[in-house]
Design a protein around this ligand. Structure first.
Ligand code: HEM
Length: 393
C-alpha cells in the first residue's frame, strides 16, 4: 500500500487495537517516510532515538508556526526547558538521595489494596474505571496535595485536555477553546490551592514549590500553574494505560502470567517489557529548526516530524524477536519514557505504581477472563490504551 498514507492509517480509529503491522510497514518503507499531508514519519529505533537527542529538533509547536500560548516545558526547548524542568524536579529530592517517590511505596500499596475491594466479590469488573484510572489519579493528587474530594474535577479537565492533544484531533474531540478553558480553570484552581499552602504548608509538592526561599529557584505563578497541570495530566493519562495494557497482555500470555505468579520478583522486568511491548505513549512530534538530512531525506525546517516510539520499540534491528512479550528480556532499553532532554521524570513513580498494581492483581488474574478481546480503545492514537477492560472473575 502507499506509504504516504501510513500516518492516516495509523491514526484511523480502526487501527487502534493493533497498530503494530503498520509500524512494521513503516520501518520497511525507510528510515524517514514522507506523508501526503506534508509530515514525515520515523519508526526505526536508532533514527527515533537519534532525533530525540538532536538539538536541531524542537519540541515547541511554535517552531512550526503554530500560534499558541506558551506551552509547558514538555514542549519547550533548552535553555528554557532546562530551567523549568530543573526547578520542577527539585522537590523530588536531590540526586543520589532517597527520592520522594520511594517514600510513597507503602502509601501506593495501601491505595492499591483499597481499590481491589470490587475484585474480591467476583462477578464483572472494569479494570480501567475500577482500578487503573483511580490509582494514579489518587497518587498524583496526594503527591501534589490536591484534596481527595476535588479529584473528580480533574477527570473532566484532564479528559478535555487530552482529547485536544491528540495528533490529529477528530471532529468529535474538544475544540481548542474548550481545552484552553479547561487548562485555565485547572491552573487557576492549582494557583489558589498553592496560595493556601503558602500559609499552611503540608508535605506535598505544591507546598514545596511555594515555600522555596531562593527567588532564583522559585517558579512564577504561571509557571507553577503550568507545571502542576503538566504533572497532573502526565500522572492521569499514561499510567492508567500501562496498568491496563499490563493486565491485557498478561491475560493474553497465560504462561508468562503463571511464571510471574511463581516468581513475583520478575515484576520490575515485566513492567519494563510492557513499556516496550505495549507502551502508553506511541508517538511524539518534533519540528526541525533548520533543513537537514537523515538517510538522504531532507527534514524541512518547520515541518512536522512524527517519531513513532512504539515502532522503534518493535524494531528487529534493536530487539531480538521484538513481537514476543518476554519479561526476562535482557538489554531492554525501550523508548517507553522517551529519550534525550525530555526523558520522562515521572518514570520512578510510574514504575512503582505499575509494579504495585500488577503484583496485587496477579492472584486475581489467575481465574479472570477477558469479556472482550480486543477491548474498546480510546480515540487517542498518541496516548493509546483501552477505554474499558471488562473482566469476568
Ligand atoms: C507509564 C506512565 C508514563 C509514561 C509511559 C510516560 C511517558 C513519557 C514520555 C514518552 C515522555 C517524553 C515526551 C517527549 O519526549 O515529547 C514523558 C515526559 C514527561 N513525563 Fe512522563 N510518562 C509516564 C508517567 C508520568 C508521571 C506519573 C509523571 C508525573 C509525575 C510524568 C511526568 C512527565 C513530565 C513532567 C515530562 C516532561 C519532561 C520534560 O519535558 O523534560 N510522567 N513521559
Amino acid at each position: 500500500m502507499d506509504s504516504g498514507t501510513l500516518l492516516a492509517r495509523i491514526t484511523d480509529y480502526a487501527s487502534r487495537p493493533d497498530p503494530y503491522p503498520l509500524y512494521t510497514e513503516l520501518r520497511a518503507a525507510g528510515p524517514v517516510v514522507p506523508q501526503s499531508d506534508g509530515s514525515l514519519l520515523v519508526g526505526g529505533y536508532h533514527e527515533v532515538a537519534a532525533l530525540l537527542h538532536d538539538p536541531r529538533m524542537s519540541a515547541d509547536p511554535r517552531s512550526r508556526g503554530l500560534v499558541t500560548a506558551k506551552p509547558p516545558f514538555l514542549r519547550l526547548d533548552d535553555p528554557e526547558h532546562h530551567r523549568l524542568r530543573t526547578l520542577a524536579m527539585r522537590p523530588f529530592g536531590p540526586p543520589h538521595t532517597p527520592h520522594r517517590v520511594d517514600g510513597m511505596r507503602a502509601e501506593i500499596a495501601n491505595i492499591t489494596k483499597e481499590l481491589l475491594a470490587p475484585f474480591e466479590s467476583g462477578g464483572q469488573v472494569d479494570v480501567v474505571d475500577d482500578f487503573a484510572y483511580p490509582l494514579p489519579v489518587t497518587v498524583i493528587c496526594r503527591l501534589l496535595g490536591v484534596p481527595h474530594e476535588d479529584e473528580p474535577l480533574f477527570r473532566a479537565w484532564s479528559d478535555t485536555l487530552v482529547a485536544s492533544a491528540d495528533l490529529r484531533p477528530d471532529a468529535a474531540s474538544a475544540p481548542r477553546d474548550e481545552a484552553e478553558r479547561a487548562r485555565a480553570e485547572m491552573g487557576g484552581y492549582l494557583v489558589g490551592l498553592s496560595e493556601q499552602r503558602r500559609d499552611e504548608p503540608g508535605d506535598d509538592l505544591l507546598s514545596a514549590f511555594v515555600s522555596e526561599p531562593d527567588p532564583e529557584l522559585r517558579l512564577t505563578r504561571e509557571e507553577l500553574a503550568e507545571t502542576a497541570v503538566l504533572l497532573l495530566i502526565a500522572g492521569h493519562e499514561t499510567t492508567v494505560n500501562l496498568i491496563t495494557n499490563g493486565v491485557l497482555t498478561l491475560l493474553r500470555h497465560p504462561e508468562e502470567l503463571d511464571r510471574l505468579r511463581r516468581e513475583p520478583g520478575l515484576m520490575p522486568r515485566a513492567v519494563e517489557e510492557l513499556l516496550r511491548f505495549e507502551p502508553p505513549v506511541h508517538m511524539r512530534e518534533r519540528v526541525p529548526l533548520a533543513d537537514f538530512d537523515v538517510a538522504g531525506i531532507t527534514l524541512p525546517q518547520g515541518s512536522s516530524v512524527i517519531l513513532a516510539l512504539a515502532a522503534g520499540n518493535r524494531d528487529p534491528r534493536r530487539f531480538r524477536d521484538p513481537d514476543r512479550f518476554d519479561p526476562t528480556r535482557p538489554d531492554n532499553q525501550h523508548l517507553g519514557f522517551g529519550s534525550g532532554i525530555h526523558l520522562c521524570y515521572g518514570a520512578p513513580l510510574a514504575r512503582l505504581e505499575a509494579q504495585s498494581a500488577l503484583t496485587a492483581l496477579l492472584p486475581r488474574l489467575a481465574t479472570a477472563e477477558l469479556v472482550e478481546d480486543p477491548p474498546p480503545y480510546r480515540q487517542n492514537a498518541m496516548l493509546r490504551g483501552p477505554r474499558h477492560l471488562s473482566l469476568r472473575l
